[in-house]
Write a protein that binds this ligand. Structure first.
Ligand code: COI
Length: 354
């Protein structure tokens, strides 16, 4: 695979070591771009200086949200190796997301090679402080200059990089979650399982309401009956009730998270009881009321593992784990970040060294 590299003549000032990076505030010196055209396929793979895009105002992405994206991270190990966490999984998911909205599919090997080449070039940007990493944001947009609604004939696949700290200001401290029972994120047959930008736009109104009420994020219920737990928009969700870990089953409306999958694989390897199944809000409330709701946590690339200390539903607040960090949340956080940062041996194939 031939990737042309045009280096930036002037490099940016990197954020100072120790500064609070937050999430998505800084961008590196270079970006990757490849273009697609019907009949020609993906072509002109290049790494160029980070720069604004010039797009005609009529391009489809601006009008019909023909966009998909991914999120993964690169880490520096203590012995200075550059590591990626399960990039093959993101490649497969992006392919599936593209298929769902009729964008040209990015071949999985092209995805992994493009991510690897860009991260390798920018490895000095990977922050080393605890809880930091280099967030990788690949995305595909439809770039046909055409106002009719149709399957795009032109597209671009772009990757940008951002040194990040915690996604939530709370860090590993528990977040407060608002259970949304009016607005919904996804319906059966919709795009809930695809990582498309429109899903996130549709989530903002409920998120605004949650923020105004002092909650960090929204917990979505199913779109049909508003009865079953789905996900938290920026992360998947897990519950521990009476000794058993429960993850809402992937049913076509929930994003198939890579951290979710990794948590399940670790939990099973530890021999803990775990179920992937439909979980109703009533069951969670009953467990909260009878004292068997032991833990709740979210999982995601950006959020990693985020313990949930309080949920608000139907006008009531329920405190979980006394508002503290639960045992399984902590164990998963330690294992996942340990594997990602090369301190612990993970299952075969989880870490790709560049
Ligand atoms: C991620 O965890 O990578 C996400 O995509 C969540 C959010 C930042 C949109």
């Amino acid at each position: 695979m031939n990737i042309r590299i045009e280096k930036a003549s002037v490099l940016k000032q990197k954020p100072e070591a120790g500064i609070e990076l937050g999430f998505g505030n800084y961008f590196t010196d270079h970006m990757f771009i490849a273009d697609y055209e019907e009949g020609k396929g993906w072509h002109d793979l290049r790494i160029v200086p980070y720069q604004p895009l010039t797009l005609d105002p009529s391009v489809q992405v601006f009008h019909y949200a023909q966009e998909v994206f991914e999120g993964l991270k690169a880490y520096k190990s203590e012995d200075n190796r550059t590591l990626l966490f399960r990039p093959d999984q993101n490649a497969a998911r992006m392919k599936a997301s593209c298929a769902r909205v009729c964008l040209p599919e990015v071949p999985e090997d092209m995805f992994v090679e493009a991510v690897s080449a860009l991260v390798k070039l920018e490895e000095d940007w990977i922050p080393k402080e605890k809880g930091t990493s280099l967030y990788i944001r690949p995305f595909v947009i439809a770039t046909d200059s055409f106002l009719g609604i149709r399957i795009p004939k032109k597209a671009s696949f772009i990757i940008i990089l951002s040194p990040v700290g915690n996604y939530y200001p709370e860090g590993l401290n528990p977040v407060k979650i608002w259970v949304e029972d009016e607005y919904v994120r996804a319906v059966r047959g919709g795009t809930g399982a695809a990582k498309v930008g429109g899903n996130y736009a549709a989530s903002l109104l409920a998120t605004k309401i949650a923020h105004e009420a002092g909650f960090t994020q929204v917990l979505w219920l199913d779109g049909q009956e508003r009865k079953y737990i789905e996900e938290v928009g920026s992360m998947n969700i897990f519950f521990k009730i009476n000794g058993t870990i429960i993850a809402p089953a992937l049913n076509g409306t929930i994003l198939p998270g890579i951290t979710r999958k990794s948590c399940l694989e670790l939990i099973r390897s530890w021999g803990m009881p775990v179920e992937e199944r439909r979980l109703s809000l009533d069951e969670v409330i009953e467990a909260a009321e009878n004292g068997t709701l032991e833990e709740i946590w979210g999982s995601g690339t950006a959020a990693v593992i985020s313990p949930v200390g309080m949920i608000h539903c139907r006008g009531k607040n329920y405190t979980v784990q006394d508002g503290g960090i639960g045992e399984v949340s902590q164990k998963l956080y330690d294992a996942i970040t340990g594997i990602q940062q090369g301190r612990m041996e993970g299952p075969e194939g989880w870490v790709r060294e560049l």
